[in-house]
Design a protein around this ligand. Structure first.
Ligand SMILES: NC(=O)c1ccc[n+]([C@@H]2O[C@H](COP(=O)([O-])OP(=O)(O)OC[C@H]3O[C@@H](n4cnc5c(N)ncnc54)[C@H](OP(=O)(O)O)[C@@H]3O)[C@@H](O)[C@H]2O)c1
Length: 290
């Protein structure tokens, strides 16, 4: 069982949606980060629908782990049923989505542009539009909101309920408020990060991206050591208050180089991503220690 799912079962109490307002939340791509959103949403009582490119049979174990308010569905069914659709797949998969199916749907775009993974995308490299504006261009009838993209997967899970605030950007005020309510259910404060065109302030490389939500390693710990990797994926960060999050957004300067690059991320997180299975093994060994 993936490490994040083990941790989530240990640390997260079952809580109900803050307003008792149960939503149908469809997650396209319940992998590393989408799986965390699924866990948090199921824990607060929302109905969670998972979909991917390999078919519902490949999601059976994950659905079982999430519990009775989760199910898997085809892409078309998942989108059709949803109050909120979460895009948690690689940005490259965007062009394969059937755009018409998304008309009128509230979308959370949590995808990030990493040129070395995605290959170069000229309209993003040129600063012509933000990646969220590109999502809106590809899904013109959708109500696209940028959110949940600026923490790494372990800390989206570990920092839930600790008082941290996350930015939410979008052009549709009503959809933005629905997404903010959903984030509050997941355990986060929210701040308004403006329109989709402003969402570069929360893209990779911006001050509010990943680093502020990550824990500081104990003094003297080698960031690439096994101890650091286990510490990193099992330790919450210091809460980023709404005031601190606002200051981080305001500090942002549009970078000359667009997109995510490993050198802009905590080195321990880069090392974890490079060898996730090894970190899972180490964590299991640590848990088994007397
Ligand atoms: N990991 C993080 O910490 C993190 C944090 C913030 C944002 N993000 C962003 O979130 C996105 C996903 O990252 P990740 O690390 O979670 O990746 P991941 O672990 O590789 O998961 C990707 C998911 O997308 C699915 N998928 C791939 N192609 C698809 C398609 N054509 N249609 C439907 N589903 C598809 C995959 O399942 P199948 O292969 O079975 O289809 C898988 O469930 C990226 O854009 C990333 O930049 C990641």
């Amino acid at each position: 069982m993936p490490l994040l799912r083990i941790i989530s079962q240990l640390i997260l109490p079952v809580v109900r949606s803050t307003k008792g307002n149960i939503m149908k939340v469809s997650i396209i791509g319940p992998g590393g980060i989408g799986g965390v959103v699924a866990t948090l949403a199921a824990r607060c009582g929302h109905e969670v629908i998972l979909t991917n490119s390999r078919g519902t049979a490949t999601l059976e174990d994950q659905v079982r782990t999430l519990g009775p308010n989760a199910r898997a569905a085809s892409l078309a069914d998942a989108v059709q049923a949803a109050d909120i659709v979460v895009l948690a797949m690689p940005l490259t998969a965007l062009s394969r989505l059937p755009a018409k199916d998304f008309d009128g749907r509230i979308i959370i775009d949590m995808m990030n542009y990493y040129p070395m993974r995605e290959s170069q995308i000229a309209v993003l490299d040129d600063g012509e539009m933000t990646s969220a504006e590109m999502v809106q261009r590809e899904l013109p009838g959708a109500r696209v909101i940028k959110a949940l993209n600026n923490q790494d997967a372990p800390h989206l899970l570990l920092n839930a309920g600790t008082g941290s605030a996350l930015p939410v950007a979008g052009d549709d005020a009503e959809a933005k408020e629905s997404v903010a309510a959903f984030l509050r259910d997941l355990g986060y404060e929210t701040i308004d990060a403006g329109m989709l065109r402003d969402s570069w302030r929360m893209e990779p490389g911006a001050p509010i991206y990943v680093w502020p939500y990550a824990p500081a390693l104990p003094g003297g710990m080698d960031p690439l050591s096994d101890d650091a990797k286990v510490f990193y994926v099992t330790t919450a960060g210091i809460p980023v208050t709404r005031q601190a999050a606002r200051a981080l957004l305001d500090q942002a300067k549009r970078p000359a180089r667009i997109g995510g690059f490993p050198e802009d991320l905590p080195p321990t997180w880069v090392a974890v991503v490079a060898n996730w299975q090894e970190v899972e093994r180490l964590s299991r060994e640590m848990e088994a220690r007397p």
